[in-house]
Design a protein around this ligand. Structure first.
Ligand SMILES: Nc1ncnc2c1ncn2[C@@H]1O[C@H](COP(=O)(O)OP(=O)(O)OP(=O)(O)O)[C@@H](O)[C@H]1O
Ligand SMILES: *[C@@H]1O[C@H](CO)[C@@H](O)[C@H](O)[C@H]1NC(C)=O
Ligand SMILES: *[C@@H]1O[C@H](CO)[C@@H](O)[C@H](O)[C@H]1NC(C)=O
Ligand SMILES: *[C@@H]1O[C@H](CO)[C@@H](O)[C@H](O)[C@H]1NC(C)=O
Ligand SMILES: *[C@@H]1O[C@H](CO)[C@@H](O)[C@H](O)[C@H]1NC(C)=O
Ligand SMILES: *[C@@H]1O[C@H](CO)[C@@H](O)[C@H](O)[C@H]1NC(C)=O
Ligand SMILES: *[C@@H]1O[C@H](CO)[C@@H](O)[C@H](O)[C@H]1NC(C)=O
Ligand SMILES: *[C@@H]1O[C@H](CO)[C@@H](O)[C@H](O)[C@H]1NC(C)=O
Ligand SMILES: *[C@@H]1O[C@H](CO)[C@@H](O)[C@H](O)[C@H]1NC(C)=O
Ligand SMILES: [Mg+2]
Length: 679
């Protein structure tokens, strides 16, 4: 029981002691590792900060501050004996508010009195005044850390350590720094660097030698002192004396901090526990300027880079998804797609998604992410925005039409010199691929071909007669006929040819469409009518039935005009020979002959002989008999001449077809003798 209480008392005692940062161990020594709870006598601006720093001045102008150990020490053993040896060490830091202009300094002082009320600030460091300076009655001995050069006191520079006795003019002084080794190199130290440093002071009572040493914290005390002086302090101090600090600011300001302090008479100064020292407040000039000097530029460089990269990304993004939008488009809003959506739908217009390249541009497959709708995206480049409004209006109005034999247009998007149209995706592609062997085994059967012909006739009839106004397709041909999942034919690209028909001056009017499918009268008038569509439809019908192009360049006897050839076969009484050999004879002969004759009728060079689409439908459905036609009724020569003139591949689309007057008059003559069609 006794033992336990003793132990508890001991623990309590140690707790109490360790809680006091100032541990005064005996009459002739003390150590402060931080000043929390320390019993110091302070005056002027001196304060102990909440975290235990002794702040002698606070950075205001013309201040002085003092801090003394509360009780005086007896420096002599006997009342009239000599002053004994003593040792002091302290740890300090000076924060300079303006770089390189710092005032004025601080000093460790031994003095007979704590009363420095008459001392002056500024260069007097709070130690003396203009009258008493040098007076032996002052009774002070000080180690000054002077950060201002004052000629009055013969200061060597604005960064020095000096030994002062009753006078601000130092007995000996040295530029701040330390020696490495016994006679080693001298390293400069800047007192106002706000780095934590330590000062050691020893006085030998026998040799009367004073040694002062300075070094950065965490460095062992240098062997060679910074400066020394011989001085018989016994003549200066009589009786008891106080130890403490004095500091001042003037027109130049600084904050003077003491972090730790120890003192011993007739013994070395006790060691200060560096780990317990209070932290200095972070100031503009932080104690880790190295870290900042490296990290700050790197951080700012990274910041600038990141900002620049973001800006470039945003800029590129804006460029990448840039669109053209005009006021008049508001009414077409629901049909307007954003370029970004189309970009994502087609995976950035990847080549993998390319469906084909046509006369207007590239066509890509896409998948709209929200609706999971498969689309075909057609990019059309064009030079000007001329006529764009009318064209978009027309395209959109056509897009509103819904018919089982038209490829549904979902909408459009505009960019700089580019128009993008969004269609329903047709899984079986365009008809030309099925006719001309890319997929050899999937050659269409006769039934499928006949169905597609009927489908296209039905779609075209709808455009011409069944919807609100007459719409011309202008570019009927197998590559513009697409096959849906059920191999039904659907007409695509309607009205598109018109994009090149706007705003051009009449002298250079373009004939729009595709060579081989252009009606001969277009050469004269260049005005598309429903019957020019019928002509192209007739050519399409012949092509699907015969599996040959309107103008076949590959045949043995040079160019082969499809119409001529069919007429030739018919004339020989072997109209069946004209039917595609890839069908291997498997087809309905009656249907095939009907379709071939219908094709010839639709491609009649005289406009008024061609049937309308309504009649075409009736012929195909067997609701009406074809008019009596005989091959001999038809002038091969004339047709050949016609076809050769009109479809010479050397003549480009932009050139009007050259037809001489004689040809025209011949045609007029023939028209009387050839009238196979009377309805
Ligand atoms: N809606 C669609 N669905 C599936 N494939 C399509 C669709 N539209 C076009 N394609 C494919 O893209 C190819 C190119 O079409 P495009 O219309 O640009 O050229 P074209 O029809 O050959 O010539 P033109 O420019 O005279 O129309 C077509 O041959 C077809 O295979
Ligand atoms: C501080 O020191 C003075 C002078 O010795 C003394 O009178 C006072 O009691 C001390 N105070 C504390 C809190 O130790
Ligand atoms: C510094 O201390 C003086 C005197 O104690 C006071 O008047 C002044 O306001 C203080 N300045 C700052 C910046 O704390
Ligand atoms: C000490 O010296 C003073 C004068 O300097 C003298 O008055 C005093 O008597 C001396 N005391 C002793 C104990 O010698
Ligand atoms: C300090 O000294 C001055 C004059 O010398 C005096 O007026 C003042 O009362 C003294 N102050 C203290 C606290 O002793
Ligand atoms: C140290 O400081 C002194 C005085 O300012 C200067 O003359 C000397 O060149 C400095 N030495 C070094 C190593 O910086
Ligand atoms: C002062 O320093 C010198 C040189 O290192 C040394 O010889 C001397 O003993 C020191 N004096 C004191 C009082 O420490
Ligand atoms: C001043 O200190 C230096 C360095 O210790 C020393 O060499 C020099 O002799 C001292 N001067 C005087 C006058 O004591
Ligand atoms: C120092 O001063 C004291 C008193 O004035 C004197 O007794 C002593 O002899 C002096 N010592 C030296 C070395 O001058
Ligand atoms: Mg097309």
């Amino acid at each position: 029981m006794n033992r336990l209480s003793l132990l508890l008392h001991l623990i309590f005692f140690f707790l109490l002691i360790s809680n006091l940062s100032a541990l005064v161990t005996a009459d002739d020594e003390f150590v402060y590792s931080g000043f929390n709870g320390a019993n110091l006598t302070l005056d002027g601006a001196a304060t102990v900060t909440p975290n235990g720093l002794l702040m002698l001045t606070n950075g205001s102008l013309r201040l002085k501050g003092h801090a003394f150990h509360p009780t005086p020490f007896s420096f002599r053993k006997k009342p009239n004996g000599t002053v004994r040896s003593f040792a002091v060490s302290y740890i300090f830091a000076i924060y300079c508010l303006r770089p390189n202009i710092c005032g004025h300094g601080m000093a460790f002082v031994v003095s007979a009195s704590k009363n420095f009320s008459t001392a002056m600030a500024s260069q007097y460091l709070g130690l003396g005044n203009d009258e008493s300076n040098g007076d032996s009655a002052n009774r002070f001995f000080a180690i000054e850390l002077d950060t201002n050069q004052n000629d009055e006191f013969k200061d060597i520079n604005n960064n020095h350590v000096g030994i002062d006795i009753n006078h601000l003019t130092s007995v000996n002084s040295s530029s701040a720094g330390y020696y490495v080794g016994d006679n080693g190199n001298f390293n400069n130290i800047t007192l106002t660097s706000y780095k934590v440093m330590q000062v050691w002071l020893e006085y030998n009572g026998n040799s009367k030698q004073i040694n002062v040493t300075l070094a950065p914290i965490k460095m062992a005390k240098p062997v060679k002192p910074l400066l020394s002086a011989y001085c018989n302090l016994s003549t200066e101090f009589t009786g008891m004396a106080y130890v403490g600090f004095s500091s001042s600011t003037g027109s130049f300001v600084a904050r003077h901090y003491v972090l730790g302090w120890s003192f011993g008479i007739n013994k070395p100064a006790p060691a200060i526990d560096i780990s317990k020292l209070p932290k200095l407040p972070y100031e503009g000039q932080k104690p880790q300027p190295k870290v900042l000097a490296i990290t700050l530029p790197i951080a700012s460089a990274i910041f600038v880079l990141v900002v620049a990269a973001l800006a470039i990304l945003l800029f590129r993004r804006r460029l990448r998804y840039a669109e053209v939008r005009e006021d008049w488009e508001v009414e077409f809003g629901p049909h307007r797609f954003s370029y970004k959506d189309l970009f994502y739908a087609t995976e950035g217009f990847k080549n993998n998604n390319l469906l084909g390249i046509g006369g207007f541009g590239r066509v890509y497959k896409g998948l709209l992410p929200t609706s999971k709708l498969e689309i075909a995206v057609k990019r059309i480049s064009h030079d000007s925005n001329q006529g764009m409004k009318e064209f978009v209006a027309e395209i959109v109005s056509i897009g509103r039409l819904q018919h089982r034999n038209l490829v549904q247009l979902h909408g459009y998007c505009r960019r700089e010199s580019e128009l993008i149209l969004v269609y329903d995706y047709m899984s079986n592609g365009s008809l030309d691929k099925h006719l001309y062997g890319q997929e050899n085994n999937s050659t269409l059967t006769w039934a499928q071909r006949f169905q597609v012909i009927k489908d296209i006739a039905s779609g075209l009839l709808y455009l011409h007669e069944e919807c609100e106004k007459v719409i011309l397709h202008r570019d009927i041909k197998p590559s513009n006929v697409l096959l849906d999942d059920n191999m039904n034919g659907r007409l695509g690209d309607f009205g598109l040819a018109r994009l090149y028909d706007h705003g051009t001056d009449p002298q250079t009017t373009h004939v729009v469409g595709t060579i081989g499918y252009l009606a001969p009268e277009l050469a004269r008038t260049s005005k598309a009518t429903p019957l020019t569509d019928v002509f192209a439809f007739g050519m399409f019908v012949l092509e699907v039935t015969c599996g040959r192009k309107p103008i076949d360049q590959t045949s043995q006897d040079g160019q082969l005009m499809l119409v001529d050839w069919v007429l030739h076969c018919w004339n020989q009484g072997l109209l069946n020979d004209a039917v595609d050999i890839k069908l291997q004879g498997i087809y309905n002969i009656d249907n095939a002959c009907l379709v071939l004759k219908l094709g010839l009728l639709c491609t009649h060079p005289f406009i008024n002989r061609r049937p309308t689409m309504r009649h075409v439908m009736q012929f195909l459905n067997g609701e009406m008999e074809l008019p009596e036609l005989t091959p001999t009724n038809m002038s091969f020569n004339m047709l050949s001449l016609m076809q050769n003139q009109c479809f010479d591949p050397k003549i480009t689309m932009t050139n009007p077809f050259p037809i001489s007057n004689s040809t025209l008059s011949d045609l007029e003559v023939r028209s009387h003798t050839w009238s196979p069609y009377n309805v």
